[in-house]
Design a protein around this ligand. Structure first.
Ligand SMILES: *Cc1c(COP(=O)(O)O)cnc(C)c1O
Length: 227
């Protein structure tokens, strides 16, 4: 869809309509990905009813939080997270979607325990086995989910993935199976509630294949220009 001539308010409404159509009565969470976009635009999106924002970069998240960009909404961290940045997001992000190692999970748990909270996270899976992407090898998932039981400060709420841009649809059923298979197993501190897959180019297809959380950036906020 060419959204250039629409306001951000109209874009959010149009994306929500598409989601509702694809979801066919199921609940699907829309995460509006606001990376590189200014606080002012984020505020406008929240005023238009966007309730969840996704951010990739911790420094940018901190600056926009400081500027009050997210008031009235929650934030999910969706970008690769370094252990030394964990302290800036635990307890501030409603969900950290990009947990890709047991070491990172443990670091998040440690910080959360020191704050006396439990941090919700998703395990990020590198479903296409791409070197350019972070995420766990699917084969390493059981080990991470098992480890969650030994980390009191975290709760793993599901899976996140960014399939290869070309032919992403072929990966959605695999992710859905991974989600369902692990949902059926009982791990401590794990409750498989969310399958986060689908972005601007493929969120409707992802929902049709079982996603209940989609991360839509450019279609809502416009194309990104990196400096
Ligand atoms: C940037 C980003 C998105 C949004 O991508 P669009 O194609 O702009 O919708 C979604 N998920 C992750 C992890 C991202 O980094």
């Amino acid at each position: 869809m060419n959204m250039e001539n629409y306001s951000i308010e109209e874009r959010i409404a149009l994306v929500r309509e598409d989601i509702a159509r694809a979801a066919d009565g199921r609940d699907v969470t829309l995460v509006g990905v606001s990376k590189t976009k200014p606080a002012e635009l984020v505020r406008r999106a929240v005023a238009a009813g966007l309730t969840v924002l996704g951010e990739n970069y911790v420094q940018e998240f901190r600056e926009k939080a400081e500027a009050g960009a997210y008031e009235g909404a929650e934030v999910h961290i969706i970008g690769h997270l370094q252990k030394n940045k964990v302290k800036y997001v635990v307890g501030k992000a409603a969900l950290i979607q990009s947990v890709d190692s047991i070491a990172l999970l443990a670091e998040i748990g440690k910080r959360a325990a020191s704050l006396g909270i439990v941090q919700d996270v998703l395990a990020e899976v590198n479903i296409g086995g791409e070197d350019s992407k972070s995420g766990l090898d699917p084969a390493a998932l059981p080990e991470l989910l098992g480890a969650a039981g030994t980390v009191p400060g975290v709760r793993v709420r599901g899976l996140m993935a960014i399939p290869p841009a070309e032919g992403s649809a072929a990966y959605f059923p695999r992710l859905y199976h991974l989600f369902i298979d692990n949902k059926a197993k009982k791990y401590d501190n794990v409750s498989m509630d969310f399958l986060s897959m689908g972005m601007s180019e493929d969120y409707e297809a992802a929902i049709c294949e079982g996603a209940n959380m989609v991360r839509v950036g450019s279609l809502i906020f416009g194309p990104r220009r990196y400096l």
